[in-house]
Design a protein around this ligand. Structure first.
Ligand code: FE
Ligand code: CA
Length: 511
């Protein structure tokens, strides 16, 4: 595609249409098909990302396997009248021709606009906000929480709506892709079969080319492109970026730890290549240092956790089960010793009004019975399967009276209280999926039982969408934004409920 012939063809087209002023392009197809993204904002900058992919589903996404120069610029206005930073970056074949630029030296707490240029073509314009200075006292913060976006299960219209929200950033709790085999009919999440509303290409993902192609297809979605162009994201990962319910080097399906590690390394490299994350999150010998702390002035600290890479195996052979002996294992761990110590230290610190723990798996110990069964049923892939570390963490939250836990994974909305013994110590908001699970309904059959069996649970809803958090100095409000449908394009969003928390009181009110 870098042939002289295409170069001439494109120059001739320019001559034939003199009214269109554009640089000569070397491309046969538009190279910025996956859009742009920004991530990990700080008070003085953020990461800007793109990937050259003229043919997203083709081998090497249609790229020649050589490095290519990509120019970038950041402006303080949407018209790019004032460029405040610019440079060149190499899109390298080792990293699927992705580009990650850590922009620094910007002003705190304001929007910027960025774009890329390569071979005579320009990307769309992205927008990102820097964070306030650590010493600032912001009156408020509004951010979004989203994740679980199975391409086959629904359209990303929720992302189109998210793009229109006024937000400082978005926290993505993971399941950005799903590693399942694509197709029209697949096994459903809760048994039965799911009929795809659109088809992911390819078989089950194992090698790096498989994962790259899945990301390329997902990221071609125009609503997802819009959301990334509108807001900077803080990305984490959950299980489906790699494989269903993996932890450490353990996965279902018979692969030994050595063999799974090969697959995990490929998946995490592809994750890095497609996420606007910093060099610190580049895989190193197959591991990613994913956890990080985000400071929003003196208003909030957000600790982003990694609940997969260091977790011990799920007890009771995983699944939704009655309690077995393994749940009480004293040496069980969700975060690993080092991350747990880091979080403990962050929760002890008192520089911010709110402590927010942004993670993946549900922390409330919910009895999941939806019909008559003799014993409570628990999700062994959630914190409830890890009694000892769960108790330790909730005990450390006791007395802080400013802890809000944000969770994904469940493909449903939940709001409820977390207890240390009998006393509530924190609130938990579980954000529903963007598309995973399909249209849904207000209340899933049997969920009335879950509400009745779990007094700590205050709200449950089974529609797709996202949540937004409006954080004030005295009050936290979480808005549950739900879609009427995702099975066809053009679905409408509405605010299903708002949960309010007064700082100093670990309790919530649903309106
Ligand atoms: Fe999911
Ligand atoms: Ca998950």
């Amino acid at each position: 595609m870098f042939t002289r012939r295409h170069f001439i063809a494109s120059a001739a087209a320019t001559l034939a249409a003199p009214a269109i002023v554009r640089a000569q392009s070397i491309w046969r197809r538009y190279p910025f098909s996956l859009g742009v993204a920004a991530g990990d904002p700080s008070p003085d900058g953020f990461v800007i990302w793109t990937r050259l992919a003229p043919e997203p589903l083709a081998e090497h996404a249609g790229m020649v396997m050589a490095p290519m120069n990509v120019a970038w610029e950041v402006a303080s206005d949407s018209g790019f009248a004032t460029i405040v930073a610019r440079g060149d970056a190499a899109a390298r074949p080792e990293l699927a021709h992705s580009v990650h630029v850590e922009v620094a030296g910007l002003q705190p707490d304001r929007p910027y606009w960025y774009r890329f240029q390569a071979g005579g073509e320009r990307s769309i314009i992205g927008r990102a906000r820097t964070l306030p200075a650590a010493s600032a006292s912001p009156a408020s913060l509004k951010f979004g929480v989203a994740g679980c976006q199975a391409y086959d299960d629904g359209y990303y219209t929720a992302y189109r709506h998210l793009a229109r929200e006024e937000l400082a950033f978005v926290y993505h709790y993971g399941d950005y892709i799903y590693e399942y085999r694509g197709g029209t009919i697949r096994p459903g999440f809760g048994g039965g079969v799911t009929v795809s509303v659109r088809e992911a290409v390819g078989d089950t993902l194992y090698g790096i080319a498989d994962y790259r192609r899945r990301y390329a297809q997902y990221k071609s979605d125009p609503d997802l492109v819009r959301a990334h162009a509108a807001h900077a994201f803080f990305h984490s990962f959950d299980d489906h970026e790699i494989a269903n319910n993996w932890v450490q080097e353990i996965v279902d399906g018979g692969a030994t730890p050595e063999v799974f590690r090969v697959r995990r390394a490929a998946a995490l490299q592809a994750w890095y290549e497609h996420m606007p994350v910093r060099r610190a999150q580049m895989p190193r010998f197959g591991d990613v240092a994913m956890r990080r702390a985000v400071r929003y002035g003196d208003l909030a600290e957000i600790d982003i956790l990694d609940t997969r890479q260091f977790r011990t195996d799920q007890p009771c052979e995983d699944g939704f089960k009655p309690r077995c002996e393994g749940v009480g294992a004293a040496n069980a761990s969700v975060l690993g010793a080092e991350q747990e110590a880091w979080l403990t230290q962050n929760l002890r610190r008192d520089p911010t009004l709110w402590n927010c723990v942004a993670q993946q798996i549900m922390m409330m110990a919910l009895d999941r019975r939806t019909r008559d069964e003799p014993a409570p049923i628990y999700n062994m892939d959630a914190w409830v399967g890890y009694e000892a570390p769960r108790r330790r963490l909730l005990n450390r939250m006791a007395g802080l009276n400013n802890v809000v836990v944000l969770t994904g994974d469940e493909h449903q909305n939940f709001a409820g209280l977390l207890h240390d013994g009998d006393r509530p110590v924190a609130v938990e908001f579980v954000a529903t999926s963007i598309s995973s699970g399909g249209d849904g309904q207000d209340v899933r059959p049997g969920s009335d039982r879950i509400l009745a069996n779990n007094p700590q649970l205050k709200f449950i809803n089974d529609q797709r969408g996202y949540i937004t958090c409006e954080v004030g100095r005295d009050e936290w409000r979480t808005h549950y934004m739900v879609m009427d449908r995702v099975s066809t394009p053009g679905g409408a969003i509405s605010r299903r409920a708002t949960a309010t928390v007064a700082r100093g009181t670990p309790d919530l009110t649903i309106v």
